[in-house]
Design a binder for this molecule. Sequence first.
Ligand SMILES: [Zn+2]
Ligand SMILES: [Zn+2]
Length: 115
Amino acid sequence: MVPELIERMAACNDCRKLAVSYGMNLIGSRRPGADPRDWELPLTSTRLHLDDHLITAHAAWLPDRQPNCDICGAWREDHTIGPIHEAEALHRAWHLSAPLREVCTPGNHELTQLM
Ligand SMILES: [Zn+2]
Ligand SMILES: [Zn+2]
């Protein structure tokens, strides 16, 4: 079953491009024998591009604060009114892209939906 997020992303050209480059790096970093140090930089930069795009183009997709997450819990306590902080938006984008991280494993072909 294709995660709903992947289906939504398939409808947006930027999402497709950015999710595929992040996803390919994820898959590469999870191959047996991959050296995490080789992947840190490409993973971080492709994820930031994707997060940026999600926050600016698809702010409506960002999930609410998640239960059982300490970081979300800390924000809930200081209850801000108005637009959410950039750091919090980035953190919510991290929750949003969780299904993408789950499917990007070697031998899993769901990412090809976005190619
Ligand atoms: Zn998009
Ligand atoms: Zn959280």
